[in-house]
Design a protein around this ligand. Structure first.
Ligand code: HEM
Length: 126
């Protein structure tokens, strides 16, 4: 029996983001960008990511940042490549599929894939 539900609210986004970054912290391919290169302060980063995704799925208007600039900074410290971005998308997609099913779940995977594409292009081409 399948009892997965769709992403319905901020609590669902919090669960998704927390689960995703728990995996990322331990990830062999891209974990080091977060833990060693950017030395991410998770208490700050996670709420930013809740807002980022909540705004994308539910138009809350509560994210005002510059993701392109954030990644450029990381890239300048330690270059990222296409494989890294593809891996990010793979782990994100897998996390969504493990937890949710429905229209918003499909939408967030599609948006993540598209943003990753633009981000990769902008980060790697300048
Ligand atoms: C290889 C892939 C990626 C790596 C290694 C990566 C890594 C990072 C790191 C290290 C930060 C900075 C955190 C901090 O210093 O507080 C960051 C911020 C962020 N990332 Fe990524 N990222 C990747 C892909 C993506 C993708 C595909 C998205 C969106 C779909 C995304 C969305 C964001 C956002 C929204 C921020 C916060 C920017 C802000 O401070 O407003 N990242 N990322």
């Amino acid at each position: 029996m399948n009892n997965k539900t769709d992403i319905a609210n901020r609590d669902d986004i919090i669960l998704l983001v927390n689960t995703f970054y728990d995996k990322i912290k331990k990830d062999d391919v891209i974990g080091h960008f977060f833990t060693d290169v950017a030395k991410v302060d998770w208490n700050k980063h996670l709420p930013i990511m809740y807002n980022f995704w909540e705004n994308i799925l539910f138009y809350t208007g509560n994210y005002s940042g510059n993701p392109m600039q954030a990644h450029k900074k990381v890239h300048n410290l330690s270059p990222m490549n296409q494989k890294d971005f593809n891996h990010w998308v793979k782990v994100f997609t897998k996390t969504v599929d493990e937890l949710f099913e429905g229209k918003k779940a499909e939408e967030i995977k599609e948006r993540a894939t598209n943003i990753a594409q633009v981000m990769m292009f902008k980060t790697l081409s300048h």
